[in-house]
Design a protein around this ligand. Structure first.
Ligand code: 5GP
Length: 118
């Protein structure tokens, strides 16, 4: 069994968070340390630790995450100006919380997709 993270507690509403959307498959809440004016995380209610752990049965929930993300982008008023959907995987991807999540980032020009090497 994969180890639960803080996101499972958020999904079960055991700890406070700013949930903007929830249904039987996914939960979306504002990031505690926003990197843009709009920074919302869409997570599957089922614990999938990383993108490496995705299996064919997860296809419906992964598709639903994108549907919900598009709806939230419209609600937040960033659909037309644009936004970024991002999934980090493991160390080199910069993943901090091992419960798969889709970042929705928008509300400003986001700049290059990947930091240049120094
Ligand atoms: P990752 O680096 O894993 O892709 O992103 C994890 C994100 O989760 C970070 O942007 C971080 O700010 C956010 N985060 C971590 N802990 C909490 C929390 O307890 N509540 C909320 N709302 N966001 C969190």
């Amino acid at each position: 069994m994969p180890t639960e993270t803080i996101f499972s507690k958020i999904i079960r509403r055991e700890i406070p968070s700013d949930i903007v959307y929830q249904d039987e498959q996914v939960t979306a809440f504002r990031d505690i340390n926003p990197q843009a004016p709009v920074h919302i995380l869409v997570v599957p209610n089922k614990l999938i630790p990383t993108a490496n752990d995705v299996v064919p049965e997860d296809e419906p929930v992964l598709g639903h995450m994108f549907v919900v993300a598009a709806r939230i982008a419209a609600q937040e008023g960033i659909a037309e100006s644009g936004y970024r959907l991002l999934v980090n995987c493991n160390r080199d991807g910069g993943q901090e919380v091992y419960h798969l999540h889709l970042h929705i980032l928008g509300g400003r020009r986001l700049g290059p997709m990947v930091m240049r090497q120094s």
